[in-house]
Design a binder for this molecule. Sequence first.
Ligand code: ADP
Ligand code: MG
Length: 350
Amino acid sequence: MNYKYRLSHFPPIVAALLCCFLSLNLVLVSCRPSSQDSYQRNRFRMGTLITITVVCQSQKKAMHAIDKAFTIISDIENQTSAHLPQSYTSLINETAGKKNISVSADFLLVIQKSLEYSQLTNGAFDITIGPITALWRFDDDQGMLPSSEEIKKKLPLVGYQGIYYDKVNGLVGLKMPGSGMDLGGIAKGYAVDQAVKVLQQEGIKAGIVNAGGDLRLFGHKTEKEKNWHIGIQHPRKPEGILLSLKITDKSIVTSGDYERFFLKDGIRYHHIIDPKTGRPPHNCQGVTILAESTLAADALATAVFILGPDKGMKLIETLPKVEGIIVDNQGEVTLSSGLPSKVIWREDNH
Ligand code: ADP
Ligand code: MG
């Protein structure tokens, strides 16, 4: 059973009690352990600020591990970014309809997973959205409203069935000339997973990798406290926390209509595009997914946002070890069945 809460009707008395219960070190999407043995570094990668926090007694070991984690993130960015001319994505897009490209095992896995999530979500998640996202220009600009004609012209190029994927020979391509891949809805999640893997290989037992809200928590926050305390941003209050979660060894990813958007004639246009219409859907303000991998959470957050609250929550409930928080277009919050015990509400949401 799902749990629904209308933010505006949240009882103030309960809210006040919860307020007392909340720890003070809560920040927007993550918090540092209170012990001194934690180290944190920020770098701008994959179009967002990436923060790596590790719990470790040795500064030298911590910094070495963090550097290695950033190196793998840069490596994945170099392979997947459509803005870098030498990336596999750019090569595939340039040669669409002409030839297939020999790619790395990492890239092959991202494509395989993308195809799986396309099938699972009935095409709501689709990396061949490239020609349409190019029209909306959220990546290199503030975004702009394309004409209906432009969308209509490009829409036939979208469809994951148009991806050529040959696992045995490590080849990926696009079957139709003019089609294009955009891995913006999944690559960051994969990069976070790989960064955590590197940290663990370097002997780091606990930490957070946070790529602009796509994050993974691992290990015990402190000796005394196992769980990390994570705040989920309120979709309509830039400085506000919707609710927080006490959790570890999980990935948490949010897709929202407030991250990259513009307003025109009172309508909010944002960067998550429905492949069926070529336009941003308006059923949700934000979707947060908790999953066993950041890649899964990333792809599912984008897809559930497009599917909308009803179909989206139904999908979440069918998936093992996946939980979700959906804020619909009226601000009503629905939690999946496994979440209520982990959630702490904020007092200022009414
Ligand atoms: P963010 O990148 O802000 O964390 P998302 O994970 O929801 O947010 O991804 C949005 C990005 O995914 C867009 O900027 C675009 O690159 C890409 N995208 C947009 N619509 C889709 C879609 N239907 N399927 C797959 N990727 C998409
Ligand atoms: Mg995503």
